[in-house]
Ligand binder design. Sequence first.
Ligand SMILES: Cc1cc2nc3c(=O)[nH]c(=O)nc-3n(C[C@H](O)[C@H](O)[C@H](O)COP(=O)(O)OP(=O)(O)OC[C@H]3O[C@@H](n4cnc5c(N)ncnc54)[C@H](O)[C@@H]3O)c2cc1C
Length: 515
Amino acid sequence: MSKYSVLPQNVSERDFDAAIQEFTAILGADKVLTTADKLLPYGKIMMAVDTAEHAASAVLLATTVEQIQAIVRVCNTYKVPIWTISTGRNFGYGSAAPVERGQVILDLRLMNKILHVDPELCTALVEPGVTYQQLYDYIEENKLPLMLSFSAPSAIAGPLGNTMDRGVGYTPYGEHFLMQCGMEVVLPNGEVLRTGMGSVKGDKAWQVFKWGYGPTLDGMFTQSNYGICTKMGFWLMPKPPVFKPFEIQFDEESDISDIVEMLRPLRIAQIIPNSVVIAGTLWEAATCNTRRSDYMSTPGATPDSVLKQIQKDKHLGAWNVYAALYGTPEQVEVNWKIVTDVIKKAGKGRIITQEDAGDTQPFKYRAQLMSGVPNLQEFGLYNWRGGGGSMWFAPVSQARGSECEKQMKLAKTILNKHGLDYVGEFIVGWRDMHHVIDVLFDRSNPEETARANACFSELLDEFEKEGYAVYRVNTAFQERVAQSYGPVKRDLERTLKRALDPNGILAPGKCGINI
Ligand SMILES: Cc1cc2nc3c(=O)[nH]c(=O)nc-3n(C[C@H](O)[C@H](O)[C@H](O)COP(=O)(O)OP(=O)(O)OC[C@H]3O[C@@H](n4cnc5c(N)ncnc54)[C@H](O)[C@@H]3O)c2cc1C
């Protein structure tokens, strides 16, 4: 029997022993984890597959770029595959666990220095382990007039990991990869590349000019396995003098089409400058500790009559729109009039302001997300069904009412058919919608877990038939989603992989990319 609970694929125990010895020489024994108890926290996958399929063989805690370079060289020698995480809070997309069983996790959470924040140019440069909370605290302690954009698990997740996975937030800077500027990357051969202006000695424009010279490379390191990002620059928003969050509640599920038609022009023209959220009833109820067991004890999908009851009991809309205005008092006043006139003209939608909502949830946490104050309120989603199962289904849609309605109906029909609920929201980009659905299920129930897996497969299949693909997916389905983007893209990705990483040591299988 092996002394390791899992070995990397195609690596003998002897070679793995030798690699572990070399990792230990680089990092010190306390930064090389191999025992089952130490690996346990990295195995909480939330997905509807066996935990064993994503079990890591070891964890390495690096603290310097030089250590990462040395680790990569060892990996090449012994063909040990490595899976990089920054803060490792990719919940619902695979969390910290590797895409394939046996990969060694390179955990960069101890590299957590805020390297630079420029309050005049409104830029930041950070290491992988920096959390949004840490950056928020730094901004507050130094009284800097800056605002952060982050994902909902803000307090514990971080900008580098979130941006590497092309995540989104809720302020006007909510499209995070758009706001990224400059990366430092350890390549699979151990060399260090700086993107954009960063490779010019002495250049100071690394965090202000994205494009540099020649091919622009940053994008190819996101959602890929071509490099390990060790520093990332990004832009921060100046804190506006006035921040005015608001909610608009709509009573009917069928209102989604009108809502999107109403909001799109306001969003494209930047009257509403942030990533507007249109959240369904169950999302709202669940984030505020409503449990399915409060209403039902029978398994299966929750009927519409119960959704209506929840709407009534919790004072929610079928759709709950959250947006905000930012600027000087004059700007906000003008834009507020434009927004309220549009709602009035539509003849439906209840506007709720900060004054109306006071300190109540979910308005409070939504307003915090839109104004750059971290919180963890959204984890309430996991109380809805209980049991800790979660897989985000995130198809992209045009910001067109008819398209959103079609997607919503299709998703709900498939989820309900499998005895699961539509717990979804739309996040309005500039011209797109991130349609984000939390496929929630009880992981402690094998039958429900199997249903959730079948449901997720069917969602992908049926959406693809309608010409819709997802922008991001959990590690159990990354190979499947890569297929939906067609062979030409896959061939190019494989060509790049073979050129950059001939031994296939960086996250083989991530986003379906292999040598
Ligand atoms: C309740 C809830 C709400 C959520 N809301 C949002 C949301 O609003 N927006 C959103 O985007 N997500 C959301 N998520 C998903 C996820 O939790 C966040 O995206 C989170 O920010 C990702 O975790 P992280 O920042 O720790 O990234 P990590 O887990 O560290 O990284 C994410 C992935 O990027 C890659 N990666 C990380 N670091 C590196 C590196 N240094 N080099 C190369 N590759 C790297 C890896 O593949 C890794 O798996 C939500 C999750 C939950 C549970």
